[in-house]
Design a protein around this ligand. Structure first.
Ligand code: HEM
Length: 466
């Protein structure tokens, strides 16, 4: 199957030397970095030279992050095999990984606020983050690793992912509306990056909403996802601070229709009618930003809406099966739409109750609006009243929020499901295009003076930044 989500995926199965050998684990402390070339090591800043730089001692130079791992960047990878071998997902590509690539089992999502007012320092952070992300997604430790360096300094990597496989880790960055109030970026804010309006039933907590930046870390191993966010936060110390974060488990939607559809915490199959990673036409139509959408720096990017949706689990669990099925417009066992036999049968909306979730969310009810859903379940303990603080951390990617989430969520104002859920957190982000190659970095197209070159070679990008 052709992969249009990434034009570099096949070449990235080799490391930068063109070799095919290399480690897939994270034990690449100084003692274990044999797979890196002498050149790549000599180009990396020495650990000694970085000590004192924010106290972190981060060696985030040009060390090669490639490893000879089975790359799983295509939407058509054999998901179970990739997952069981702990494969790596290619970091470089036209689009960022973590959107159309197969959905992993676990999530750690973090929204950050920017604390520095120094544009150059912030750009340097984006470059440092990119290098760390490049290494971690390939299964390597950050910088010079977690041990074996100078005893006087904290290690570059926190260490809890040592020995763990890449676990299909993807790291996806997004820029929130408030970032565009900073660094003179106001005229670069995309029109499609609107502040979300207040929706019926919203009960949003400011401490779980908004953010200048976000990083979505998905992996099959929760420790790998948590390690990634923790290390990015550590690298950002003094420049950015985590505003809120969310752990997720049990993906609630799939971008690989051949895989078994996962179930959400209400027990229903979720993601049946999602956009698949292989549906290049629908991805093009509904997910990826095109030249004519503008601005140029967002081409091949997307927009992300994140909503923390609390479920009133205990009330739901006392609801009859018939009512539960009426609420969704699908049956609980097979997941078939009302009046149909199979999960994948085409829904006949008029057979459903007028306030059924699927009927109201379906593109036919919303002038064709279609989302790529990529949410996760969450359970954050109990709320002090003996109820589970649990629900759905809803993540949806789209080409334009005004033609995606907003009309669908408005349509859901009369959703029968609303009696059992409440939206308690909300954020929206512009997700820039993918990092093209080893010289590229997250946000280059936004911060470079000439964003029109977003598609060209990135070999001299460092000198182009504003
Ligand atoms: C806790 C909240 C939610 C739950 C439990 C939930 C659950 C479900 C389930 C079980 C389905 C049917 C299977 C499928 O096609 O995926 C579905 C479909 C869908 N949901 Fe939700 N959902 C929730 C919130 C939302 C929100 C906030 C939106 C968007 C604003 C949304 C948009 C959709 C869409 C677009 C579909 C597919 C409709 C179709 O094409 O047939 N859902 N949801």
């Amino acid at each position: 199957m052709t992969d249009t989500t990434n034009n570099t995926s096949t070449t990235e199965a080799t490391d930068e030397t063109g070799g095919t050998g290399g480690s897939t684990d994270r034990n690449d402390s100084p003692a274990g970095r044999n797979e890196e070339t002498a050149d790549s090591i000599s180009r990396a800043p020495s650990r000694r030279s970085l000590i004192g730089w924010g106290g972190a001692g981060l060696a985030l130079g040009a060390a090669a992050a490639g490893g000879a791992v089975a790359m799983a960047r295509n939407g058509d990878d054999t998901e179970p095999t990739a997952a069981s071998t702990g494969a790596a997902v290619a970091f470089h590509g036209t689009n960022q990984a973590g959107i159309a690539t197969p959905v992993q089992d676990r999530l750690h999502f973090a929204a950050f606020d920017v604390k520095t007012t120094d544009r150059a320092a912030f750009v340097q952070l984006l470059k440092d983050w990119t290098e760390a992300a490049r290494r971690m997604t390939a299964g390597h430790a950050v910088g010079e690793g977690a041990y074996g360096g100078l005893a006087e300094a904290p290690p570059d990597d926190t260490g809890e992912a040592l020995g763990l496989k890449p676990s299909r880790l993807t790291l996806t960055i997004g820029f929130g509306p408030s970032l565009f109030d900073k660094f003179g970026l106001a005229d670069r804010r995309p029109e499609a990056l609107v502040d979300l309006p207040k929706f019926a039933g919203d009960n949003l907590d400011g401490n779980r909403s908004g953010g200048d930046l976000c990083v979505q870390a998905c992996a099959d191993d929760p420790q790998v996802a948590v390690h990634a966010i923790r290390n990015l936060a550590r690298i950002g110390f003094g420049k950015v601070v985590i505003r809120w974060s969310q752990l997720g488990f049990g993906k609630t939607s799939s971008t690989t229709p051949e895989a078994q559809t996962p179930r959400n915490l209400m027990g229903f199959k979720d993601g049946t009618r999602n956009i698949a990673g292989t549906e290049t036409d629908r991805l093009k139509k509904f997910v990826w930003v095109e030249e004519k959408d503008g601005p140029a720096w967002m081409v091949d990017g997307s927009y992300l809406v994140a909503r923390r949706i609390r479920m009133n689990i205990e009330t739901w669990d006392r609801t009859s099966l018939q009512e539960q099925e009426d609420i969704f417009g699908r049956d609980k066992g097979e997941g078939a739409p009302v009046g149909k036999a199979k999960e994948r049968d085409r829904p006949f909306l008029k057979a459903m109750k007028p306030d059924a979730h699927v009927r109201l969310a379906h593109p036919d009810t919303n002038a064709g609006a279609t989302l790529l859903r990529r949410g996760y379940s969450f359970t954050d303990g109990t709320d002090g009243l003996g109820r589970l603080d649990a629900g759905l951390f809803f993540l949806a990617y789209q080409r334009d929020v005004r033609k995606g989430f907003i009309p669908v969520q408005r349509s859901l104002a009369t959703d029968a499901l609303n009696e059992y859920i409440q939206h308690v957190g909300s954020a929206v982000f512009a997700v820039p295009p993918g990092v093209r190659d080893k010289d590229d970095w997250w946000g280059r197209t936004l911060f470079s003076k000439d964003s029109k070159d977003s598609k060209s070679s990135t070999n001299s990008t460092n000198s182009k930044e504003a």
